[in-house]
Design a protein around this ligand. Structure first.
Ligand code: MN
Length: 251
């Protein structure tokens, strides 16, 4: 088996640039055959991230403006638009209506709307979306801006209701699942109700902690084992299914 065989694992949402060893993590993703989406939190991080991942076989960089930063950095949406023609992947973007960020929700909605509209116009984008306590608003924005007509949406760390999940599935959204999402019975039940063909794995590192410290892209292997249990299939079938899902998403 040569290295040209493509990825064996997928981490579709990881903040590689927030680890102290960014360059070495990129190398490790390539060596461990992990297709990794390096999401960013501000468009200012785009040029450096692109440069760092330019030689990487399996790391792709996403252009982002995190909803939790919109209160201070909302004006950077102009920079987002400037870099957008260079970007196939978008993220992290979305909404956060949790208590700490609720005050900026209206501005978050305006910024998200602008980013989705610009992306929809260019088309063929793939976005990783944050939707804390705001799934309905995020889904409505994907429709209203026509993003979902020209591009693909992946809901990252989904914590919405069954009804919201059904709506997202009907719209054609994908879901990236991390280890935290499989910790409670309620969330495992929700994940089990999703069609396995629209699932990916993610870590959301370094924001998710393991007993050994910040989660690492290779930790998606544990999530694959957990997902295999949820769906009652072998870990190898789950793993290869997730890679097929990634190919389908990007086709
Ligand atoms: Mn994140």
């Amino acid at each position: 088996m040569t290295k040209m065989m493509g990825p064996r694992w997928v981490d579709f949402h990881c903040h590689l640039d927030l680890y102290p060893d960014h360059a070495s993590l990129i190398r490790q993703c390539d060596e461990a055959d992990i297709a990794t989406l390096a999401v960013t939190t501000t468009p200012k991080a785009w040029p450096r991230n692109r440069e760092m991942a330019a030689q990487s076989r399996l790391v792709r960089v996403a252009l982002g403006l995190h909803p939790q930063l919109v209160a201070e950095r909302g004006a950077e949406v102009a920079l987002f638009e400037r870099y957008l023609p260079e970007a196939r992947y978008i993220g992290e973007i979305g909404l956060d209506a949790g208590p700490r960020f609720y005050r900026s929700l209206q501005e978050q909605e305006q910024v998200l709307d602008r980013m989705l509209r610009a992306s929809a116009e260019q088309g063929r984008k793939v976005a990783s979306l944050h939707s804390v306590r705001s799934v309905a608003k995020v889904l409505t924005a994907l429709e209203a801006t026509r993003f979902i007509d020209t591009s693909k949406a992946v809901l990252h760390w989904f914590t919405g209701t069954q009804a919201e999940a059904r709506r997202a599935v009907e719209m054609g959204c994908y879901f990236s699942i991390n280890s935290e999402m499989l910790r409670t019975e309620r969330h495992r039940t929700l994940v089990a109700s999703l069609p396995p063909e629209i699932l990916l794995t993610e870590t959301d590192g370094p924001f998710v902690e393991t007993p050994l410290g910040a989660v690492h892209p290779r930790d998606v292997k544990g999530t694959v084992v957990q997902l295999a249990e949820v769906f009652g299939v072998t870990a190898e079938d789950m793993r290869s299914g997730l890679i097929s899902n990634l190919r389908e998403l990007l086709s």
